[in-house]
Design a protein. Structure first.
Length: 327
């Protein structure tokens, strides 16, 4: 199977808003920090007129007026679009947001970790929207937990933490994050947990990616597993007082063991742990399975190769090759 994709310069963001504070924080971060001059943003809101108990600031008319006024004063009209839809019969707001993302083929979907109801009573419970899109959205997710603006940082740049394990998903996550990383102002730390002495061998591909992208400030860090599971090792690192103040944690939704498990939709153990425990913003690349023909055969082995071939400043070709071995 060979898939050739032509990608034009410039990224597109879809902010799904419910009028909550974290949605507004996401809008600030996109427009003030993450968007480049060639990027475009869609703001989508799915409303239901049957809900009569909403306060004024959560009514769809107020939300639209607020976002429209915000965008009008910050971006030219060619770089943003508001999409307001009533929830369709038999559908859901999450399903319609997913449809909008597909129709406009956006690069990033942006949602708040908490909705209008605020934080969960049990902090170990993931919100339904976050869990749904982290598994189902076939595009990169940005999950907003706190407002951080690049120019307001002491050194004028973000701190990114990229969690890697040698998998294609980890490489893809780092490459996708480069679309919002400022190579001059931001710092990137690539972090892995040492298992069976493989950490040193994994360093070169990631440092090569960052070097090729002209990222000036990056480092490669190895954590000792020390008897804990990999998810717990990473979670403890993020919770330490002397751990750097990361603004974004970058990771794939599934790691190196994806093909050893069911082909259904699920989160990897590291992704699930980090989404719940990290107290900062997240960039998650939802790993897509190979093409549908997988389900038409009995597969006992899979090899997956991804190459990016630069052809000019404006166009690049991505070549994805998947080899399938049948019984």
């Amino acid at each position: 199977y060979l898939d050739m994709e032509k990608k034009v310069k410039g990224s597109t963001f879809l902010l799904a808003t419910d009028g909550s504070e974290q949605s507004k924080n996401g809008l600030d971060m996109i427009t003030l920090s993450l968007m480049k001059e060639t990027d475009r943003i869609y703001v989508a809101h799915i409303y239901n007129n049957a809900k009569k108990d909403l306060t004024y600031n959560l009514k769809q008319e107020y939300i639209r007026d607020t976002y429209e006024a915000y965008l009008f004063t910050r971006l030219p009209s060619t770089r943003y679009e508001l999409i307001w839809e009533h929830v369709k019969e038999g559908s859901s707001s999450k399903a319609q947001i997913g449809e909008i993302a597909s129709v406009h083929d956006v690069d990033f979907m942006v949602i708040g970790f908490e909705g209008i109801k605020g934080p969960k009573l049990d902090p170990s419970v993931m919100g339904t929207a976050v869990k749904h899109f982290s598994m189902e959205a076939q595009r990169t997710m940005i999950i907003v937990r706190r407002r951080v603006i690049r120019k307001e940082k002491p050194k004028g740049g973000y701190n990114f933490l990229a969690l890697v394990d040698g998998s294609e998903a980890a490489k893809k996550a780092l490459i996708e994050a480069l679309k919002v990383i400022d190579p001059v102002k931001d710092c990137v730390e690539v972090l892995t947990v040492d298992t069976e002495g493989m950490a040193g061998k994994m360093k070169e591909p990631y440092t090569a990616i960052l070097t090729a992208a002209n990222v000036a400030n990056f480092k490669y860090t190895v954590l000792d597993k020390s008897g804990d599971s990999i998810p717990d090792t990473i979670s403890k690192h993020l919770g330490k007082e002397d751990t750097p103040d990361y603004d974004f944690v970058v990771m794939g939704s599934k790691g190196a063991g994806v093909y050893k498990k069911s082909s259904g939709h699920y989160l990897g153990t590291v992704a699930e742990k980090v989404i719940i425990t990290a107290r900062t913003n997240l960039i998650i690349v939802v790993k897509q399975l190979p093409p549908p023909l997988m389900s038409q055969h009995h597969i006992i082995a899979v090899s997956y190769t991804h190459l990016t071939l630069p052809t000019s400043d404006l166009v690049q070709i991505s070549v994805v090759a998947v080899s399938l071995k049948k019984k």
